[in-house]
Design a protein around this ligand. Structure first.
Ligand code: HEC
Ligand code: HEC
Ligand code: HEC
Length: 138
């Protein structure tokens, strides 16, 4: 499947992008099955977690982007467009900032679900996860 895909003539512009995305998502599903939370495009946030003895936080960007407009997070909640660029910590989250703008038991489940966010493989550096081979969670 992979060879056929790579061997085929590139379609122009946009459709190639879509094909590539579909391919990567397909590969991701094949490699990971259904039991893990990280997939293509996820963001690993690990400025403080490892040092504090927590697994790195995983932010599934795609999952959120299909549910909310960019503006909700990047304007109203003030998330800068940079993986790891927001100095997020738990005090701020509990105070309703960043992830805590929604993960408050109203818009979405609340902070006591530590493991749903802190599900990264220990020692995974902050990054946008664009590599389908690399595995982020155990
Ligand atoms: C909605 C997602 C989310 C939930 C739920 C969550 N965290 Fe976090 N947490 C984060 C993010 C994002 C960071 C910043 C990660 C970084 O930069 O390392 C963070 C950072 C931390 C840090 C390091 C910074 C600090 O504040 O000391 C600790 C420790 C931590 N979390 C513990 C917890 C514990 C314990 C729970 C459950 C009671 C929890 N977290 C629940 C998202 C979450
Ligand atoms: C639910 C909240 C949310 C929504 C909705 C959202 N984003 Fe994000 N975005 C984030 C977070 C969180 C980060 C990572 C910030 C961090 O690590 O501190 C991020 C990071 C980014 C980055 C930087 C990635 C990098 O390469 O470092 C870009 C670009 C971006 N978002 C674009 C968008 C666009 C475009 C949309 C709408 C289609 C969107 N986002 C919707 C929360 C959101
Ligand atoms: C604009 C609102 C919003 C913000 C901001 C937000 N989330 Fe969420 N998040 C949601 C909603 C809604 C769900 C789905 C809840 C459900 O299924 O009950 C969700 C689900 C999740 C999930 C589970 C995804 C899955 O596959 O089920 C994770 C992990 C998560 N969020 C992490 C984070 C982290 C980390 C941050 C901050 C960096 C964050 N979220 C910020 C609204 C938000």
């Amino acid at each position: 499947m992979r060879r056929e895909f790579l061997g085929s003539k590139p379609a122009p512009g946009r459709s190639l992008g879509l094909l590539r995305m579909a391919f990567l998502l397909g590969m991701a599903c094949l490699l990971w099955g259904g039991d893990v939370l990280a997939e293509y495009g996820d963001i690993v946030i690990n400025n403080y977690s490892d040092k504090a003895g927590m697994r790195p936080a995983i932010f599934p960007h795609w999952f959120h982007r299909i549910r909310f407009r960019c503006k909700v997070c990047h304007a109203d909640l003030g998330f800068k467009f940079k993986a790891g660029g927001n100095e997020i910590n738990m005090l701020k989250i509990i105070d309703g900032q960043f992830c805590g703008g929604c993960h408050n038991g109203e818009v979405a489940w609340s902070v006591e679900n530590c493991d749903i966010c802190h599900s990264g493989k220990p020692n995974t550096p902050t990054q946008v996860h664009g590599n389908t081979i690399q595995k982020l969670v155990k």
